[in-house]
Design a protein around this ligand. Structure first.
Ligand SMILES: Nc1ncnc2c1ncn2[C@@H]1O[C@H](COP(=O)(O)OP(=O)(O)OP(=O)(O)O)[C@@H](O)[C@H]1O
Ligand SMILES: [Mg+2]
Length: 337
């Protein structure tokens, strides 16, 4: 049994020009203690998926289908009060921009204490001790004297460490990290990733790590789910994504990394654009950009299907054994960024 089992998750935004399907039938699992990388181009639905799991989608957005099973319950059918008890305690989240997610008028110490005061019955004194210990643990130097400072008094890297302390202080089973290092400079990025890895092995939580950086994925993830236009198109153990690629989109993503090293991390650039969510092909959404597409790809609805016990792809041509694995890339593209 997976720790978190997401199936058919569907979230739309009502816009002036009609509904936009941001996440459309996404299915993936998160196993206890693993790091699952969720990767895909900008606009593919990664953040909306994360917010949907925690039911933090606000109007005009709406979750219209699917299940998010956790601990034998479907989070999508919990009462708001029950959901609040899960959020920050069993499942917590850190965001790309720590300044906008920390409260600017509350001290960092008080903010890290808050989840303990909400979700546990320990008193203020104990909560302060635990918050302080957590601030030290995430690498805030001299946390004692920084306990009462405000977020703006800290550097971006330290603020992200405070966010991590806040997310982990109740020792959740799942941490959702949405581009946790994108806003930081490269040296700090590496430090924060190393910290997350350390904390993960120490506390044993599972991490859903959202990123467009396959370099980060290669370094930190155990498994990968590749998202395209609101759907999961491939999922596999991290090594298999690189060595046994089973979806042409994943192949194009991998090909767009100039060099899988830290120094050379770039934003992903694949030829063409993700489709306008209002005008999607009825079949494979990647078909218009795919070098392997046949006319039937555009019209046939394709379903994420296991091709190995641990490897699933939505490409019907791979499922039919018509394409070699790893899938070669037909048109090498130069990345920008
Ligand atoms: N509040 C909103 N109103 C309308 N559409 C939205 C809203 N939020 C997200 N969307 C749409 O949902 C789709 C998925 O967006 P999402 O933010 O999940 O992408 P992402 O994969 O996280 O991208 P990025 O890598 O840039 O963070 C996009 O088409 C986006 O325009
Ligand atoms: Mg996002």
């Amino acid at each position: 049994m997976a720790l978190l089992n997401i199936s058919g998750l569907t979230t739309v935004f009502e816009t002036a020009t009609g509904p936009v399907g941001a996440v459309d039938g996404a299915s993936f699992t998160l196993e206890a203690g693993e790091v699952l990388g969720l990767v895909g181009e900008s606009g593919s639905g990664k953040s909306v998926s994360a917010f949907s799991i925690l039911r933090l989608i606000n109007p005009p957005g709406k979750i219209i289908g699917g299940r998010v099973e956790f601990g034998g319950r479907d989070l999508l059918s919990l009462a708001p009060r029950e959901m609040r008890a899960v959020r920050g305690k069993d499942i917590s989240m850190i965001f790309q921009e720590p300044l906008s997610s920390l409260n600017p008028v509350q001290t960092i110490g008080a903010q890290v204490m808050e989840p303990l005061l909400i979700h546990t019955s320990i008193g203020k004194r104990k909560a302060r001790d635990r918050a302080l210990a957590m601030l030290y643990r995430v690498g805030i130097p001299d946390a004692e004297s920084r306990f009462d400072v405000y977020p703006h008094q800290l550097s971006g890297g330290l603020r992200q460490r405070v966010m991590i302390a806040l997310a982990l202080v109740c020792e959740p089973k799942i941490l959702i990290a949405d581009e946790p290092t994108t806003a930081l400079d490269v040296t700090i990025q590496a430090q924060i990733l190393a910290l997350l890895k350390d904390l993960q092995s120490e506390l044993g939580m599972a991490i859903l790590l959202i990123t467009h950086d396959l370099g980060v994925i290669a370094e930190v993830a155990d498994r990968v789910a590749v998202m395209y236009a609101g759907q999961i198109v491939e999922s596999a153990p991290v090594q298999a994504i690189f060595d046994d690629t089973a979806h042409p989109y994943a192949a194009a993503l991998i090909n767009s990394i100039p060099d899988r090293t830290r120094q050379a991390r770039r934003l992903i650039a694949v030829k063409g654009n993700i489709p306008d969510p209002r005008h999607l092909p009825p079949g494979c959404r990647f078909a218009p950009r795919c070098g392997f597409a046949q006319p039937s790809c555009v019209t046939t609805v394709q379903k994420l299907t296991a091709v190995d016990p641990t490897h699933a792809t939505a490409c019907m041509r791979v499922q039919a054994g018509e394409l070699p694995r790893p899938i070669p890339t037909l048109t090498p593209e130069l990345p920008h960024g």
